[in-house]
Design a protein around this ligand. Structure first.
Ligand code: SF4
Length: 243
């Protein structure tokens, strides 16, 4: 963990998943050791596409770790946005991720306008082994979107080089219960209940957890002819058929 003492606020982004629980555990531990625990805050973006249990899981993690939590919402939820556009996010057009990050950035701007002198650390849980894109990320860098005027903001990714074994070891040692998507449903990863980048098993689990969301996406496919993934419909994935 880096030196946390220069920061006015240390903002930990929580999704409810295993990686975000690890960054919360690591940041809480380091902040206590460095005497800046009172500067910690967690933020969770509820996109309307979350697992049913996610908001309560995030609240429980923050309660057990004794850190304040702010839940933010994008100006329009992901399912609403998909219905309005009549298409799903893709690798080249990840408007869903932008909705999440914009909501968190808006929250930071509201707390710390650019005229207010401050130094903010944004802690997130990306890991290199998750994707080629994440493999190229830096552990620490300036947050170009949020840094303005007297407000300085930095990205910090403390578990970028961790593997999944270390992630689960850390959680198991902490005694904090992980999201039931892993323990109850056997998910590999946790994201939105229905994420275009999830494996088929996780998608079928997500549809069982959020049948309302699955119905909305199936209706978009039916109405527009666009498929949930490139050349692969959610309808086929959920019925167990692949191309
Ligand atoms: S989890 Fe998937 S669907 Fe949800 S915001 Fe991230 S990329 Fe988009």
């Amino acid at each position: 963990m880096i030196d946390l003492t220069p920061y006015t606020m240390i903002l930990v982004s929580l999704s409810g998943g295993k990686d975000s629980l690890c960054i919360a555990l690591e940041t809480v531990k380091a902040a206590r050791e460095q005497g800046v625990f009172h500067r910690l805050m967690a933020v969770h973006c509820d996109t309307d596409a979350e697992w049913f249990e996610t908001p309560s899981v995030v609240r429980n993690h923050c309660r057990l770790l004794d850190i304040p939590l702010q839940i933010v919402h994008p100006h329009r939820g992901i399912p609403d946005y998909i219905e309005q556009r009549g298409m799903f996010p893709s690798m080249s057009c990840r408007f869903c991720t932008s909705l999440k990050t914009s909501a968190i950035e808006k929250f930071v701007r509201s707390l710390y306008p650019a005229k207010k002198e401050c130094k903010i650390l944004s802690v997130t849980g990306e890991r290199r082994e998750e994707s080629p894109h994440r493999a190229k990320l830096c552990e620490f860098e300036i947050h170009h979107t949020l840094t303005a005027g007297k407000r300085q903001v930095f990205h910090y990714r403390p578990i970028l080089d961790w593997d999944v074994v270390k992630v689960w070891d850390t959680i198991n040692k902490s005694g904090i219960p992980p999201h039931p998507a892993y323990t109850g449903f056997g998910n590999e990863r946790l994201s939105c209940a229905l994420c275009m980048f999830a494996c088929e098993k996780d998608l079928r689990n997500g549809a069982r957890n959020r049948p309302d969301l699955a119905q909305r996406y199936l209706e978009v496919e039916r109405r527009t002819g666009f498929t949930f993934r490139y050349k692969q419909s959610l309808k086929d994935i959920l019925s167990g058929e692949t191309q």
